[in-house]
Design a protein around this ligand. Structure first.
Ligand code: RIB
Length: 309
């Protein structure tokens, strides 16, 4: 595909309340935080921002609440090169919220409240279906109602729009939905929930990928944290290592990977080069705190890659 290929992202928008602590509180325990920040997040928005900053021609189908933060997020998305015409304001709802604990190792625990994201119904998807029809690829996650994800995937596959699903947060999915997906990008936990195969090695990743191919998915990309990514195309697998950096927090690392990966694919990069490009974007993101504040712009990704050669 060419530089003018179009991307549609469908997904969530959240206001992230991030509290940094030495360790996660156990049930009944109170831990005093070291730092608190409200940042723009949501898996859908993070992936849209990653694509917009990486240079994609992108439109975003999503909902914000009728509150001040929803309006500010919508404005910021425009500054991130995203067409927000399909982002509606749901007057009597609050914008989605994520409560995030980050421990001393940079790991996180997240609880979310859907708020306006729950209004992204199949009817809402139908209202904006022209965005999906005109796109070359549709990227989705699972913080939106599952029936809407299915409705969007159905429209996409009827109009030769490639469907990319990042199945996060982890849940089981119907064979009907899986059969509509061209590229799936689970992490190890999500791959295990989808396939029943615990992913602890390359061999496990190959077996999990095989199970997903058997559902009709052509390309499987299992993200393996520090070990990189398992890329499997029609049962031919290889591990592509990531870049080693000092992580501050991993919030939105996977989202950055997904947005950057599909941007690179739509530009015509090979699978291998698109994964390397996405690894670079995610590596930069983990060196910075928060979700969208950590997502790099294109020149930063290109510079990072150049320094690796
Ligand atoms: O993937 C990270 C995102 O998950 C955060 O931005 C938070 O909003 C949750 O949705």
């Amino acid at each position: 595909m060419s530089k003018n290929a179009k991307l549609a992202v469908l997904g969530s928008i959240n206001a992230d309340h991030i509290l940094n602590l030495t360790h996660f509180p156990r049930p009944g325990e109170t831990v005093i935080g070291k730092q608190y920040q409200v940042a723009f997040g949501g898996k859908g928005a993070n992936q849209a921002v990653a694509a917009g900053r990486a240079g994609a021609d992108i439109a975003f189908i999503a909902c914000v609440g009728g509150d001040d933060i929803g309006e500010r997020i919508r404005r910021q998305l425009t500054l991130d090169n995203i067409d927000v015409a399909p982002v509606e304001c749901i007057e009597n709802e609050s914008t989605g919220v994520a409560m995030i604990f980050v421990n001393g190792e940079g790991e996180n625990n997240i609880g979310i409240y859907a708020g306006a994201n729950a209004s992204l119904t199949p009817t809402y998807v139908e209202r904006h279906q022209s965005v999906i029809v005109q796109a070359d690829a549709l990227l989705m996650q699972l913080e939106s109602p599952l029936e809407s994800v299915l409705a969007a995937a159905t429209i996409a596959s009827q109009h030769q729009t490639q469907v990319i699903l990042n199945p996060a947060p982890a849940t089981t999915l119907s064979d009907e939905l899986l059969a509509l997906i061209d590229i799936i990008t689970p992490n190890e936990t999500e791959a295990e929930i989808l396939t029943g195969v615990a992913v602890n090695s390359d061999e496990d990743a190959a077996r999990a990928a095989e199970a997903l191919h058997a559902k009709g998915i052509k390309t499987v990309l299992i993200t393996l944290g520090r070990r990189g990514v398992w890329l499997s195309e029609q049962n031919n697998g290889q591990r592509i290592a990531g870049f080693s950096v000092k992580a501050v927090d991993t919030i939105a690392a996977g989202d950055t990977f997904n947005g950057a990966f599909i941007t690179a694919r739509l530009e015509g990069k090979t699978m291998h080069d698109a994964v390397r490009f996405a690894h670079a974007a995610a590596a930069i993101a983990v060196t910075r705190p928060g979700a969208q504040p950590s997502v790099p712009w294109r020149p930063e990704i290109d510079d990072f890659l150049q320094q690796q050669d």
